[in-house]
Design a protein around this ligand. Structure first.
Ligand SMILES: CC(C)(COP(=O)(O)OP(=O)(O)OC[C@H]1O[C@@H](n2cnc3c(N)ncnc32)[C@H](O)[C@@H]1OP(=O)(O)O)[C@@H](O)C(=O)NCCC(=O)NCCS
Length: 182
């Protein structure tokens, strides 16, 4: 069964293989702006990339002005990298209009098997754990697959802005005892 985990250096070769499949297509939720795939072939560079990616979840980590803390996760199954998912801990102006709280992508060879749908479901629990109770999901008007994924996870359509469909999902609130409900 696939699950969401923090990226780890041990996924280097699988991550490289999966990432190459995108062949330039936008890798939603993958992070790593500023790193080229060429340099990430180096094992030491990849370890640094992984450390930076995971550190982005910490509010005190350095980031570009206006950028928000993010939890980057990978969809994996049997040690195989299948895709990426990011949970943005808060919204800035751009994210409120277009980006949303959660972004994701699945490597082309693993598409159409429900991985993204289930990953989003799992991510909603993680978002709730991070204190995000109302989760904004967005997709381009023409992205039928992403639209299906959001609607299957209970997304309530709010509106479309500049070609982007905007949905909200109530992820739930923390209970006082530390457990969570939806
Ligand atoms: C969008 C994406 C993440 C989907 O990943 P996936 O693992 O294949 O998605 P799933 O298998 O969970 O579900 C896709 C659903 O969309 C449906 N779908 C796929 N292509 C479709 C199309 N062209 N028209 C209508 N529905 C479509 C599938 O049938 C499936 O629904 P079903 O479970 O009812 O059959 C993947 O295509 C991708 O990485 N795309 C590029 C990045 C991207 O667009 N990210 C989202 C940005 S908002």
């Amino acid at each position: 069964m696939a699950t969401l985990i923090a990226l780890h250096p041990s996924y280097h070769s699988s991550w490289l293989e999966g990432t190459a499949e995108f062949a330039g297509e936008h890798r939603g939720g993958a992070g790593g702006e500023g790193w080229s795939l060429m340099e990430l072939r180096d094992v030491n560079a990849f370890s640094k990339f992984v450390a930076d990616l995971n550190a982005d979840a910490l509010p005190e980590s350095p980031r570009k002005p206006g950028y928000v803390p993010c939890t980057y996760l990978c969809i994996v199954e049997r040690q195989r990298f299948l895709g990426s998912l990011v949970i943005r801990h808060e919204l800035n102006e751009f994210l409120l209009e277009e980006g949303g709280h959660i972004g994701y992508s699945v490597r082309p060879s693993a598409r159409g098997r429900g991985y993204a749908t289930r990953a989003l479901g799992e991510a909603l629990s993680i978002a709730r754990n991070l204190g995000v109770s109302h989760v904004l999901l967005t997709c381009a008007e023409g992205n039928a697959a992403s639209r299906t994924i959001i609607e299957k996870n209970g997304g309530v359509y709010e509106d479309s802005r500049r070609g982007t469909r905007r949905y909200w999902i109530y992820a739930g609130l923390a209970d006082e005892d530390g457990s969570f409900r939806r």
